[in-house]
Design a protein. Structure first.
Length: 546
């Protein structure tokens, strides 16, 4: 009898255990079902921030954790940066959360894994193990899910890790899709900006003659509204005479004939008529098949004005060259004649000597002007090629500067050169011309004398030269104009100072050809003098001491 009762009790216990396991199984199935519902919702999210938060929430529902972090991979640096977090704050940088070697291992095994926490700052916060969920798409790392658990690694069930791995793969796909979508959106925006910035009317027309795209210049030139024209046949949008031109140009393009700038008189308003040039090219789809045509319509009158300006600039350059060369011959004769006359200066009347010296002085000034004109013309036309080579700029200054200020004059030239001599890749002849111009100006525009200070300094990326004087200075309103050719500050203090107004224009061209910059610092109202500061890049040469 007692054995029957014992057997019945055992059977009841076994049934109860089966019921309990069955209930746990149903709960697990419910949890898995809710998880996959959340996974499906993940695919509908539209921003990375939403995906990050949903991933952490789903992960925490699978494995109870004390900390949850999502680290996003930066392709530029190769590092993982924090993007989202759940749980109490940590007292160390999040990018130190997981060792790089451990991250590489997690992506190498391509599965969710549990690792123990040993000698880790999280250990002090009660975390005993980490769950790592690597997120990769097509072999590229996307992000890393990190869960900090209070339990040991043996306490994590296999089914939970499998679900975390499923979550990681799905989240990687969603994040990569959002990245690609954002990239496509950026490219579309860039293309729209490019189309809007082109100073011509642009239209794309499909094979069914319907307008696919156009820019705002097309709206202006042909007087229609874009939102009304898109999707309509171009024959119904444009005036009949313009539509006929489009048709003719389209036929020429499809037949492979030249379609460049077919010119037509087009009236924009009653008072405005333009000569418009039409051209077309075939628009292909992603597989290279013809999809339609792209039309470019441009105002030919503007192009003709540009061509006229270019032709005038060319004629100006040729005129300067011709006149300069034609003047050189008589100038050489004049200077030669004055030299011959001055050989017998002792036998000449003083008034005669004065006249000859005036002629010589005027001829030399004209010779300097011609030389500057030719230099500037060559620089502007791009006919001068720099002969760059490693150069000791400090040594160049030490050779050039002393000759620029006579020792018996009212100016005192001070050279401030560093002890270190470094090679700079420049054209030494052109840089010497720059320094001669700057120091000559410093002397000329300091009529009362004073100190002319030339300083050279090296930075990690540039060599800087500053030329300072104690002269009349330059008012701030003239700073941007002094680099223009023939520009001279109009004041009583400069009226007696000789100059062509070309020196600083030449200086700027030479410095910019070297990839450098030059500027002026001067304000006569606050302090006398000016400082011209030049910076040249340290490029392409060894930086060993000479």
């Amino acid at each position: 009898m007692s054995s029957d009762r014992t057997a019945g009790a055992d059977l009841s216990a076994e049934v109860e255990e089966l019921r309990r396991r069955n209930a746990e199984l149903y709960r697990t199935l419910d949890d898995v079902g809710r998880f996959y519902e959340g996974l499906a919702q993940l695919r509908g999210l539209t921003t990375p921030a939403e995906v990050h938060e949903r991933v952490l929430a789903l992960a925490a529902s699978l494995i109870p954790c004390r900390q949850a972090h999502l680290l996003v991979h930066d392709p530029a640096s190769g590092r993982f940066a924090p993007a989202a977090r759940r749980g109490p704050p940590i007292a160390f940088p999040v990018d130190h959360l997981v060792d790089p070697a451990l991250i590489a291992w997690a992506f190498g095994i391509q599965n969710a894994s549990v690792v123990p926490v040993e000698s880790h700052p999280l250990d002090e916060g009660g975390v005993r193990s980490l769950v790592l969920g690597p997120m990769a798409c097509q072999g590229r790392p996307v992000a890393l899910l990190v869960l900090g658990l209070e339990s040991e690694e043996q306490g994590v069930e296999r089914i939970a890790l499998d679900l975390v791995w499923a979550l990681s793969r799905e989240a990687a796909t969603v994040l990569d899709r959002l990245r690609l979508t954002e990239r496509v959106r950026g490219l579309v925006t860039l293309l729209d900006n490019v189309l809007e910035s082109v100073p011509h009317a642009i239209l794309a027309i499909g094979r069914d003659d319907r307008i696919i795209a156009c820019n705002s210049n097309a709206e202006f030139l042909f007087n229609f509204k874009r939102f009304l024209a898109l999707g309509e046949r171009y024959q119904d949008v444009f005036p009949a005479e313009v539509a006929r031109v489009f048709h003719a140009v389209a036929v020429s393009a499809l037949e492979g004939r030249a379609t460049h700038d077919v010119e037509v008189e087009h009236r924009i308003t009653e008072a405005t008529t333009l000569t418009v040039g039409f051209s077309a090219s075939i628009l292909a789809d992603t597989e290279g098949q013809p999809y339609g045509l792209v039309f470019i319509c441009r105002d030919m009158s503007l192009s003709r004005e540009v061509e006229k300006l270019r032709e005038l600039d060319r004629m100006k350059s040729e005129f300067v060259q011709t006149v300069s060369h034609e003047l050189k011959t008589p100038l050489t004769a004049i200077l030669g004649g004055t030299e011959v006359l001055l050989v017998d200066e002792d036998t000449m009347d003083p008034s005669q000597v004065e006249v000859v010296k005036i002629i010589e002085d005027g001829a030399r000034r004209l010779q300097a002007l011609i030389s500057d004109l030719l230099d500037l013309s060559r620089l502007e036309s791009g006919r001068i090629v720099l002969e760059e080579r490693p150069t000791d700029v400090a040594g160049l200054l030490a050779e050039t500067c002393p000759a620029m200020a006579p020792p018996d004059g009212p100016h005192r030239l001070v050279l401030d050169l560093p002890e270190e001599h470094r090679q700079v890749y420049v054209d030494p002849g052109k840089i010497q011309q720059v320094m001669e111009n700057l120091i000559s100006n410093a002397v000329k525009y300091s009529p009362r004398g004073g100190e002319v200070h030339v300083a050279l300094r090296y930075t990690p990326t540039h060599v800087e030269v500053a030329v300072s004087d104690e002269g009349i200075g330059i008012a701030p309103e003239h700073h941007s104009r002094i680099w223009d050719k023939f520009y001279r500050v109009d004041s009583s203090t400069t009226a007696e100072i000789e100059g062509t107004g070309l020196g600083l224009a030449i200086v700027r061209h030479i410095v910019e050809m070297h990839g450098g910059t030059i500027g002026v610092e001067s304000d006569p109202a606050s302090r006398p003098g000016s400082t011209f500061r030049m910076a040249l890049p340290l490029k392409g040469c060894p930086q060993d001491e000479l």
